[in-house]
Each structure stands twice: as structure tokens, then as C-alpha cells.
Design a protein. Structure first.
Length: 202
């Protein structure tokens, strides 16, 4: 039995605003906003024959990060984001809701190519808190567990200054390790560990 996965991701470009016009000198500040929206459909096939769409997932992510340039090329800071996921059945009804908040720290190394264009690499370490809710069959949602965990990620990116203090940036190919725990209302724990390469832009 094979799974066919279709994914569409629409991402918002990050905006970086810094306190000085020399782009990123030591002692300046960095403020970045980012977001993404994605939808995913999962279809089962048997011997090459489609069994029909069985589930779908939509996710929304929005985050902010702020940092300080400790050298002309290195920035350190904090990051925070929220992630909303809805899981639907083949009838289009939401069956499970996931809400997560991540708080963490990051470090960036910048390498300029021209005065306005260059590359950077970013390392993130974040802790997450969230909860899961399930449709009880009447349209109401009941709590089925609290989520805690952490993640470590590395991602390259590019930036381009469109003004003295404002730049567009894109992060891609995020290599991330996640470990999370779901505690249900009976205080039973379920652990999950994952790692992967995310090719989406944000």
C-alpha cells in the first residue's frame, strides 16, 4: 500500500529591520517576522488504484525573532512562534486540532556577496508547549492531551536589502530534530522523536 502526498506551501518573506544604515554593524539590532500557510492531502493507493482521499491537514505558522549583532557577522537572539494545525477527514470535517507555541534562541552567521545581497546560516534551539483537541462527534472539541518538547534546527538563507534598514530574507532547507511528549488527561505519556529536511521557504 502506497501513500501519495501532495503539499502546497505559501510562505511570507521575512522582513529584517536594523537600527543602523550600514546594514549589520556590531551593536545594531535585528527584528524579523515570518509566516507560512500549508495544506496537505493524503491519498491511499492499492496496486496502483486510488482508494480516495482519506485525510487532509492545514497549518498556519507565524513568528517573530529579535537579535543583537555581537560582531559584524554574528547575531544572537530570541524567537517565538505559534503553529495552528487542523486535521480533517475525507468529508472535510475537522477531527483534531493542534495548537503549539515555541520559544527559543538562535544564532546567525552572515556572509555578504555585495553591499545589499548575501547569505546567512541559522541555528535554532526551541522549546514547545501546546495542546491537542478532538472532535467528540457533536461538533464540540475536547482536550485529549498536552504537548511539550524541544527542537534543534539548522537552516541556510539569503537576504537582499531593499532599503537602508529593511531587507527581504528567505530561509530554506531546514534540517531539524524534534522530540515531543503528549500527556493525555489520564497522565499517560506518549513520546515521539522525528528528524527531517524541510524544503519549504519562510
Amino acid at each position: 500500500m502506497k501513500k501519495l502526498l501532495l503539499t502546497l506551501t505559501i510562505a511570507l518573506a521575512g522582513l529584517a529591520a536594523q537600527a543602523q544604515s550600514d546594514h549589520y554593524p556590531q551593536g545594531s539590532w535585528l527584528l524579523t517576522g515570518y509566516g507560512s500557510y500549508s495544506t496537505q492531502n493524503e491519498e491511499l493507493t492499492l496496486a496502483g488504484t486510488s482508494l480516495g482521499e482519506v485525510s487532509s491537514n492545514s497549518a498556519f505558522l507565524f513568528g517573530l525573532q529579535g537579535g543583537y549583532f555581537v560582531t559584524d557577522r554574528i547575531a544572537l537572539g530570541i524567537t517565538a512562534d505559534i503553529n495552528w494545525d487542523d486535521f480533517e477527514d475525507d468529508a472535510g470535517d475537522v477531527q483534531v486540532k493542534s495548537r503549539e507555541t515555541r520559544l527559543g534562541v538562535f544564532g546567525r552567521y552572515y556572509r555578504s556577496v555585495t553591499d545589499d545581497f548575501g547569505f546567512f546560516g541559522q541555528l535554532n534551539v526551541a522549546f514547545l508547549l501546546g495542546n491537542l483537541e478532538e472532535n467528540d462527534g457533536t461538533g464540540d472539541f475536547v482536550d485529549i492531551g498536552d504537548v511539550t518538547g524541544f527542537s534543534i534546527g539548522v537552516s541556510p538563507g539569503i537576504y537582499y536589502y531593499i532599503g537602508e534598514r529593511t531587507a527581504l530574507e528567505f530561509r530554506f532547507a531546514n534540517l531539524e530534530f524534534n522530540r515531543s511528549k503528549v500527556t493525555d488527561p489520564d497522565n499517560d505519556d506518549n513520546n515521539a522523536t522525528s528528524s527531517g529536511l524541510d524544503m519549504s521557504f519562510n
